[in-house]
Design a protein around this ligand. Structure first.
Ligand code: MSP
Length: 508
């Protein structure tokens, strides 16, 4: 079955930060997880290239709009490639094909009388690219997310009525309890739907915003950024021109953080409903990365975690593992170079050291060959069966945030169990006693086979490390599939002692 996974498309007014990296890594982990289960996945991520925020950055740069957008978008694309993210499509809303589909959709709903023109006065937060109600603001009259006062704006604009769809949306949420995950965000959306919905302003006069998709029915205006950006999810599938659209859309999954709940879970399903298109199948909504100690990351506090710098210090796989292993379901999660270092040490101690120790033993005592499994006893078999059973059960679950964090957790606990087994069986003592040869071989085989299972499960999160583990065990061209058959490491295979998986980090 083909699945479609998307991330938000990111604004280009700054460099990519750890939060952007996280959502796009998460999508890649989900893609690889599904591929191991035998499912095809089409995965999109990319950049949101219109609107006032991007426009101001262009105006403050020395570059033309096209040059600026290209350079900034490339920063994201290149980072994602360096992070091992295997996207199938990199969205750029400046792409003419996307713009054409936005215009076709607007014309469609305009022709059906769903859009009206009227004058409007409102408070606009540029950070959110959204009009705000007074009740959305904090006690100082500031946007609670951006801590800035929204600007009073009065202008003629085009509007799309949301209120007629409110009851439909409430009913849809209530009758599809796993549509928005975790469920607390479904409740948050239901809370937003308690009051009548204001008309959505879908245009911006060109006198104020020139960076956008021109309205097909009034060339004095561009399309509101969110109306344009949300359409990316279907323009990527060539909506309106693709006979296979419904097929893949019916298996779509949107990954977003909690900051963009309203446009995604209110505007977007209503837009689709008006077009006669079913909503996305699932939303997976994660919390925020904040600095160590629970403070928001900010340049002035100096606690912004730069993904490029973190990759330089810890490498791609350790960063990916930290992000996946430490995002809590309950709320926000903390990150800092020190916390990443602790995460790195867990990987080094739990998997890296074990792999190196056992491989060296095989090199020294067993002529670099995987030993026989003939003498495995109940304890050995039980360890391998337990690990295999746990991984099998994780890979049987549907993708979702909980499944992916359970995957990370199951890897660490398999590593802990194998380390405890290794320590208790003291193979370094057995190695010295010729009378214990069978027992020595059984303990080494068990440890190697446990590492093989761990390497296989690790693939979605840390693909390069997973490949290194399997090759070190004598498996050529490892194929990563969700099959965890214990005791199937080939006896006699030639192991390879390479560099440590997680070498000591130089102090900077
Ligand atoms: N352009 C819109 C999205 C349009 S999608 C149709 C936008 N862009 S953004 O650059 O602000 O990106 C927001 C998204 O980036 C979040 O929903 C999340 O995926 C990711 N994150 C940005 N900062 C984050 C954290 N501090 N922590 C976790 N994720 C964060 O909104």
């Amino acid at each position: 079955m083909e699945k479609y996974i998307t991330t938000p498309i990111y604004y280009l007014n700054g460099l990519p930060h750890i939060g952007h990296a996280y959502t796009s890594i998460l999508g890649d982990v989900m893609k690889k997880f599904e591929q191991m289960r035998g499912n095809n996945v089409y995965y999109s991520t990319g950049t949101d290239e219109h609107g006032q925020k991007n426009q101001h950055s262009i105006e403050n740069s020395e570059l033309s709009a096209e040059e600026f957008l290209q350079r900034q978008s490339d920063n994201f694309r290149n980072l994602f490639i360096n992070l091992g993210i295997d996207f199938d499509f990199f969205v750029r809303t400046s792409r003419p094909e996307h713009q054409k589909i936005v215009q076709e959709i607007l014309q469609n709903i305009y022709d059906r009388g769903l859009i009206v023109k009227k004058s409007y006065e409102g408070l606009y937060c540029e950070g959110c690219e959204q009009f705000k109600k007074k009740s959305d603001l904090d006690e100082n009259g500031h946007c609670p997310d951006h801590k800035t006062a929204p600007k009073a704006i009065s202008e003629e604009n085009y509007f799309f009525k949301l209120e007629p769809y409110r009851q439909w949306l409430i009913d849809y949420i209530k009758s599809h309890p796993d549509w928005i995950q975790p469920a607390k965000y479904a409740n948050e959306v239901l809370g937003m739907l308690k009051e009548p919905l204001e008309d959505l302003c879908i245009s911006r006069p060109k006198s104020r915003v020139w960076l956008g998709v021109e309205l097909p029915f009034d060339t004095n205006y561009v399309t509101y950024i969110w109306f344009d950006a949300l359409v990316n999810y279907i323009s990527t599938l060539n909506f309106g021109h693709n006979p296979d659209f419904e097929n893949i859309w019916s298996n779509s999954h949107h990954l977003i953080a909690k900051d963009i709940l309203k446009p995604h879970c209110i505007y977007w399903p209503i837009m689709l409903h008006a077009l006669g298109v079913a909503p996305v199948k699932h939303y997976f909504i994660h919390g925020y990365w904040i600095g160590e100690g629970g403070v928001k990351m900010s340049k002035s506090l100096g606690n912004v975690v730069d993904p490029v710098e973190m990759v330089d210090i810890f490498g791609v796989d350790a960063l990916r593992f930290y992000l996946i292993n430490n995002m809590t379901m309950a709320g926000d999660s903390q990150i800092s170079p020190d916390l990443l270092k602790q995460g790195y040490k867990i990987l080094a101690n739990n998997i890296g050291n074990l792999q190196m120790r056992v491989l060296k033993m095989v090199q020294k005592n067993l002529n670099s060959k995987v030993p026989s499994k003939a003498a495995l006893n109940d304890e050995d078999k039980q360890l391998l069966n337990n690990i295999a059973k746990r991984f099998t059960s994780v890979f049987r679950k549907d993708i979702g945030l909980e499944t992916i964090s359970e995957l990370a957790e199951s890897i660490i606990s398999a590593g802990d169990a194998t380390n405890a087994y290794f320590a208790a069986n003291t193979p370094w003592v057995l190695a010295k006693d010729p009378a214990q040869k069978d027992r020595f071989e059984a303990v080494v085989y068990t440890t190697l086979d446990a590492l093989r299972l761990i390497g296989n499960a690790l693939y979605p999160i840390a693909p390069t490390t997973a490949g290194k583990i399997e090759t070190s065990l004598g498996i050529e061209n490892p194929q990563f599939v969700a099959e965890f058959k214990p005791m199937s490491l080939a006896e006699g295979a030639a192991i390879k002692v390479g560099d440590p998986l997680f070498p000591m980090i130089e102090e900077k």
